[in-house]
Design a protein around this ligand. Structure first.
Ligand code: ZN
Ligand code: ZN
Length: 337
């Protein structure tokens, strides 16, 4: 079967690999659609420290059940599923307290183990979720970035009526802002790319700022009548935005850090104490796929406007290289098999 393999950073190609067999405890899936994620681009550029090489990339994976175990009762051949790609050990401390998303031995498909940019994949049966009929293949993989965004909004304890600043209007930021709207919160999106702010407004976000053009702190001060935002969800990984979050957040506010910074970011921790902030990491997600799929199917979170382009498996190596060279050209590209 064909797969998209990163032999090493900067070297991506379609390669032929032996046909995937169904693994014990797993379901064999014929892959129909795979999202190309920022972390795949990071792996291509060699700046994703979690990735080992050679590696078949892709962790946003949807497909059709092709083979199940004889005693399988829940899934049947032909079922449409998305994969929850975070394979946890179930034994370590975080797993023992239900935080399987940050398992010490986490094996994420396409990062630590082979991913979904291949014709077939075998995946543990307890990490599959049925895709509602109304969601076409090209959009189904977006259930994965949506659960990342939902988890971040939850880590920031966003509630109805609150203001939440979302820094970074890439796919995660735009999904986080939309999820905040479903909760009755008021998102304020900050990003230096004008087209992304326009897109955010078309998705129902009332307030957007370009931090290079305007004073975002003054803007948030006025929107929140002097209180500042109860929550900030940092989706960009930019040092400027991470540092900015401490200024955007209210006293007793919550910050969730979901973007991966390139290096260490110096922080004014005295302000954490003065404002009594809750600052949380936000990694992967836990238990949120069913709701993510419901929100997409119901159109309460709109994913179609985020999709810049779809490509075939054969076109994927070239598009990965182009996204790495010109990230501003694309918001989201999905590979449809
Ligand atoms: Zn992703
Ligand atoms: Zn674990």
């Amino acid at each position: 079967m064909r797969s998209v393999c990163l032999k090493q950073p900067g070297d991506i190609a379609i390669i032929d690999v032996p046909m995937q067999r169904r693994e014990p405890g797993g379901v064999l899936i014929e892959v129909r659609s795979v999202g190309i994620c920022g972390s795949d681009i990071g792996a291509y550029k060699g700046v994703n420290p979690l990735v080992s090489y050679p590696r078949v990339i892709g962790h946003e994976i949807a497909g059709e059940v092709a083979e199940v175990a004889d005693d399988e009762t829940e899934f049947r051949v032909g079922d449409r599923v998305v994969i929850e790609p975070y394979v946890y050990c179930g034994k370590c401390h975080p797993c023992s307290i239900g935080h399987t998303n940050c398992c010490e031995n986490l094996a994420v498909r396409g990062v630590h183990t082979e991913g979904g940019m291949a014709e077939y994949i075998s995946h543990p049966r307890h990490l599959l979720h049925r895709v509602p009929d109304g969601i076409p293949w090209r959009l189904a993989p977006l259930a994965e970035p949506l659960v990342i965004a939902m988890h971040a909004i939850r880590q920031a304890e966003v509630e109805a009526g609150q203001h939440v600043v979302v820094t970074g209007a890439g796919q995660i930021g735009l999904l986080a802002a939309q999820y905040a709207l479903t909760l009755g919160a008021v998102p304020i999106v900050i990003d230096p790319i004008a087209e992304r702010l326009t897109l955010a407004r078309s998705l129902g976000v009332a307030y957007t700022f370009d931090p290079m053009e305007t004073d975002a702190v003054a803007g948030i001060l006025s929107i929140t009548e002097g209180r500042m935002a109860e929550a900030v969800v940092e989706c960009s990984g930019s040092a400027h935005a991470i540092r900015g979050a401490v200024g955007y957040v209210s006293y007793a506010g919550h910050i969730a850090l979901v973007g991966w910074p390139k290096g260490e970011v110096p922080m004014p921790t005295a302000l954490f104490t003065k404002k009594e902030l809750t600052v949380r990491g936000s990694r992967n997600s836990v238990g949120q796929f069913p709701e993510s799929l419901r929100l997409i199917a119901a159109g309460r979170v709109r994913v179609e406007p985020l999709l810049s382009k779809t490509v075939s498996l054969a076109e994927t190596p070239a598009i990965v290289a182009d996204i790495a060279a010109h990230p501003e050209k694309y918001l989201k590209v999905n590979c449809v098999l």
